[in-house]
Design a protein around this ligand. Structure first.
Ligand code: HEM
Length: 207
């Protein structure tokens, strides 16, 4: 399905606004005092969920684009990934601010003490270079090949995010949702491996 540049810009604008809704919902809940008995837990979990949703959606863009033959979906990927980073930053900020009151040393101790947080922290740090190099200027400066290689980091970061979720929930003996995310992310990554292998096999056959 081919779309005009104007239609793609329209879709982008709608998704941009829709992606802000979880943030404004949190702000509204805070003002209306509807964050429940444990507001910090509510915000941490909510922002953690939305981080994972956006990272998975960004990871799904390429397989969906190929399967449904909708090339313009690629134009949404950067924005979706950046929203993943936006919610990850809120998630981390909640932890640093409300759990540790900006005491970086205390935060650091907590990160090292609790393995599920160590893993989440690694995933967040991994997202930083991707977010910082997401501008057109940086793509040019790095060169397409190097930029693409760097952005392959996301194939490690998202599984780390899922592991973080799994580890957190394993302490609560509630693994259904983390396992669903693991299956989803595993499928999205395996689809890439499959396409890569079949392209290599085709190239070898035609050589
Ligand atoms: C890409 C990075 C990350 C992803 C995808 C992610 C995702 C999540 C998810 C899905 C949850 C559970 C939400 C729920 O129960 O519904 C969660 C909880 C949590 N995350 Fe993360 N997270 C990330 C990074 C971090 C970082 C950097 C920290 C802190 C350094 C962190 C600290 C926590 C804490 C403290 C909880 C809540 C534990 C609880 O309420 O018992 N996360 N995260």
């Amino acid at each position: 399905m081919a779309l005009s540049q104007k239609q793609i810009s329209g879709i982008k604008a709608v998704i941009f606004l829709l992606a802000l809704l979880p943030f404004f919902r949190l702000v509204a809940f805070a003002f209306l005092d509807k964050l429940g008995a444990n507001p910090v837990e509510f915000i941490t979990r909510n922002t953690g969920d939305w981080t994972l949703y956006f990272l998975c959606i960004a990871l799904a863009v390429t397989p969906v684009r190929r399967l449904l033959n909708v090339p313009w979906l690629l134009k949404l990927r950067r924005m979706l990934g950046l929203y993943g980073f936006f919610y990850a930053s809120l998630h981390f900020l909640t932890f640093l601010w409300f759990d540790h009151f900006f005491d970086v040393q205390e935060m650091w101790k907590d990160v090292l003490k609790r393995p599920f947080i160590t893993v989440g922290f690694i995933a967040f740090v991994g997202l930083l270079p991707l977010a910082l190099t997401s501008t057109n200027g940086m793509i040019k400066r790095l060169g397409g090949k190097r930029w693409q290689l760097l952005h392959k980091l996301v194939y490690v970061i998202v599984p780390f995010g899922v592991l973080h979720y799994y580890w957190m929930k394993s302490g609560k003996h509630d693994l259904t949702q983390p396992l669903m995310f693991a299956a989803l992310v595993g499928t999205l990554l395996l689809a890439r491996v499959w396409w890569h292998w079949s392209a290599t096999a085709r190239n070898q056959a035609s050589a």
